[in-house]
Structure formats: C-alpha cells, structure tokens
Design a protein around this ligand. Structure first.
Ligand SMILES: Nc1ncnc2c1ncn2[C@@H]1O[C@H](COP(=O)(O)OP(=O)(O)O)[C@@H](O)[C@H]1O
Ligand SMILES: N[C@@H](CCOP(=O)(O)O)C(=O)O
Length: 320
C-alpha cells in the first residue's frame, strides 16, 4: 500500500482551484508504487493522477516536472503536469509538494514481445532527440559518484566476493569514463529508469512512460542500456534475449542512429547500467529506509545481470 499521505475532498477541491482540470468528481488512492503517494482524480473533464512527493525536495522538482512538460509538449506519451493558477507545476497539499498530471492509458507488461521492445526503443530515441533544447542540467542522481559512495558505505556489510566484484566493476567504469570515446558520447536529460513497470502498454502500442523521478543528465547510451537490461532480459539467467534486444535496437536506430563511439561502448554501458541498479538494490537491502512500506528489490538479480554482461553480449549494434 502506498498512500502515505491522506487527503480530504475539501483539501483537494481547494488545491485544484485555478487548475484547468474541471470540477472534482471523485478520487482514489493508488495502491501500487513505493516512493510517493498517488491518487487517481476524476473530474468533469477527465482523469488525472495526483502525486504527493514523500521524499523528493521542492528544489528538485522543477527539473523532473520541467522534463515531463518538455517531452509532453513535443508530443511524446509522457504525463504533462497541469499548472495551478499561478503557472506553477507543483505546490503544497497537506504539507507535501504535489503535482497533477494527466492520466495515461495502458498497463505495464511483465513479458514484453519484440514489437513492444521495438516501441520502447523508438520512444527512448525520440526522447533523446527531444531533449536537445531542454535546459535542465541536474546530473544523474545515481551516477558513478553516487555508486562509489554507496559502495564505501556498504563495504563492511558485504561478503568478500560481492565486495570484490563491486570494486572491480567500479574501477572498470572509472577507466571507461576516462576514455575519449566515452567523453564523446552524446548526453542529455534522460529517464534513467525506463523499466517495464514504468511504461504503460495498450496491446503492442505504447500508452506512455511514467515515473521520471530518477531522471538526470547522462549519456543517451546509458539510458538505452538501462532499458535493454530490463526489457530484453532472460529472467532466469540475466542474459539478454537476442530477438528482443535486436527489436529494441532496431526501434531505437529507426529514430536515432547510434554513432561509432556509442557502438564501441555498448557492452561497457550495459555493464554500467547493471552496476547502477545492483548498487542501489544492495544499498536498499543493507541500509533500508526507516518507517517505509518497502518491497526491497532483489540485488542478486542485478549481480547476475552484471556477471552476464561482463561475459559478453549476444548482439552488438552497428553504426548506420
Ligand atoms: N500518469 C499516469 N497515468 C496512469 N497511471 C499512472 C500515472 N502515474 C502513475 N500511475 C499509476 O500509479 C502507479 C504508481 O506510480 P509510480 O510513479 O510507479 O509510483 P512510485 O513513484 O511511488 O513508485 C503506477 O504503477 C501506475 O499504475
Ligand atoms: N527500477 C528500479 C527501482 C526504481 O524505483 P521505482 O519503483 O520508483 O521505479 C529497480 O528495479 O531497482
């Protein structure tokens, strides 16, 4: 259950005043989700999602909400925030910063097919093209600097074999970051958590992408690698499914061809993306946040993913 903050009809009615969203009819708490409080809000003009931010600070929100607004304005299937009467994308509701976004259709898929992988690949590329003129510059909050500090905090908790692999991969990624090819990679504001549960599918079509609250500036290739590691996975082994991966890359390259440097660093970025989620899951596992309704996600899954990517990859993209 993920309704951390309860609100009353009167509070919501007052908060909605001045927003271009019609008259409040009803609202219901959304049970799934673990970070924020979400409600479906039905009004005389449609259906919306209200999010009360439980942990993110007000100063962090302009980047995330600004990115969603930017992408929605460019026609991508992303929930656009509905501003209040003062033009603000968020303001306080019951003591928490809160925003209202339009409700997208569809539901997440557990076992995507090749067509769905192609669609998410296309979306990923379109989003990368669309941020060329987005001015926000908040770095990826879970970049290599965060991973290294998490690793140091975790060190005494970890079994020796885990510690060794973590240090080894962090050192490898630090060396990658020094390479000229890495420095030449195109960057921008990316979702950075484009997992299956953050995409709503309507059959084979993409209904939309939600949950931009791990977004930050990073390489486009890293964002694509995060997506591949989740959408194209063989869950039992952590290996990539060549058919699904081919479809994802094909969809991506149909919109934004990869450069020679991007192709060269594909395996390293798949490793970086595996490392990022292994580190955050280890962190959440060994240092659980207090007083939370938390489903801690299994770190072992991303250990398998990382080990598999270090061994090799089934398909390397070619520059167009
Ligand atoms: N804009 C939206 N349109 C439709 N459903 C949404 C939207 N935003 C959130 N949801 C629903 O709410 C659930 C929880 O949202 P999510 O952003 O994943 O929460 P959390 O950040 O707490 O993990 C999603 O799984 C989805 O069902
Ligand atoms: N996708 C990450 C967890 C990020 O949290 P979210 O539920 O807000 O998407 C993972 O699987 O470790």
């Amino acid at each position: 259950m993920a309704v951390f903050t309860r609100i009353t009809q009167t509070e919501l009615q007052q908060w909605l005043q001045g927003r271009d969203c019609g008259e409040l009819l009803s609202f219901d708490g959304i049970e799934s989700g673990i970070e924020n409080t979400n409600y479906f809000v039905n009004t005389s003009t449609g259906r919306f999602v209200l999010t009360l931010f439980e942990k993110l600070k007000a100063e962090d929100l302009p980047f995330y909400l600004g990115l969603m607004k930017h992408l929605a304005k460019k026609g991508l299937a992303v929930p656009g925030p509905i501003p209040n009467g003062q033009g603000e994308l968020f303001n306080t509701l019951n003591g928490k910063p809160a925003t209202l976004v339009n409700c997208l259709s569809g539901k997440s898929v557990e076992h995507p097919n090749a067509i769905q992988c192609r669609e998410i690949g296309k979306f990923c590329a379109q989003a990368h093209l669309a941020v060329a003129d987005f001015p926000g510059n908040t770095p990826n909050p879970r970049g290599l600097a965060w991973i290294e500090s998490a690793m140091n905090a975790l060190d005494s908790h970890l079994p020796a074999s885990v510690r060794e692999l973590l240090h080894n991969e962090v050192n490898h990624q630090k060396a990658v970051a020094e390479r000229l090819a890495y420095k030449m990679l195109p960057k921008g504001a990316v979702h950075a958590d484009l997992f299956r549960d953050n995409a709503l599918m309507q059959g084979d079509a993409l209904g939309g992408v939600i949950d931009f609250y791990f977004a930050g500036v990073d390489t486009f290739l890293f964002d694509l690698a995060v997506t591949a590691n989740d959408w194209c996975i063989q869950l039992s082994t952590g290996e990539l499914n060549p058919e699904l991966l081919g479809a994802l890359l094909d969809g991506y390259q149909s919109e934004r061809p990869l450069s020679a440097h991007e192709c060269e660093l594909w395996q390293d970025m798949l490793r970086a993306a595996g490392l990022r989620f292994w580190a955050s899951r280890l962190y959440d596992f060994y240092m659980p946040r207090e007083a939370e309704v938390l489903n801690v996600k299994d770190p072992k899954h991303f250990e398998r993913v990382l080990l598999a990517r270090r061994q090799g990859i089934p398909l390397a993209p070619q520059p167009n």
